[in-house]
Write a protein that binds this ligand. Structure first.
Ligand code: ZN
Length: 126
């Protein structure tokens, strides 16, 4: 499998017009017409033309299908790795705040605790 180019996806995201994007047939009092997306906040519909960042927005939209698929595949891979490496035993902390169960220092929360919380946000994996 070809290595995903996460940096290229990030560049397209950062180059696109910021804000919340919406789609629909009508926005406010106007019709969408040839516009394909709008930015919230009372701005007029986003036109995909070179005068209003349209070229970058069009590139972002055009790559969205592939980019989301790549990111989901990478997330699934990362989840599987975290699931395989995370220790399901609970943390227990010493007086200094270090996790004795996983040998983590007190400078930050135990990585296993963070891994378990992350896995809980993605149920159906265990
Ligand atoms: Zn721990």
């Amino acid at each position: 499998m070809r290595r995903p180019n996460i940096a290229a996806i990030r560049r397209r995201l950062e180059a696109a017009t910021p804000g919340v994007w919406k789609t629909g047939d009508r926005f406010g009092t106007g019709t969408l017409g040839s516009h394909v997306a709008v930015i919230s906040g009372g701005l007029p519909p986003l036109e995909l033309d070179p005068y209003r960042n349209g070229r970058n927005d069009a590139a972002f939209i055009a790559h969205a299908h592939q980019d989301v698929a790549v990111l989901l595949a990478e997330l699934e891979t990362a989840l599987a790795i975290i699931d395989a490496l995370a220790d399901p035993d609970p943390c227990w902390y010493d007086h200094g705040g270090g996790c004795q169960a996983h040998g983590q220092g007190s400078d930050e929360r135990c990585a296993d605790a963070r891994a378990q919380e992350f896995l809980l946000r993605h149920p159906g994996r265990r």
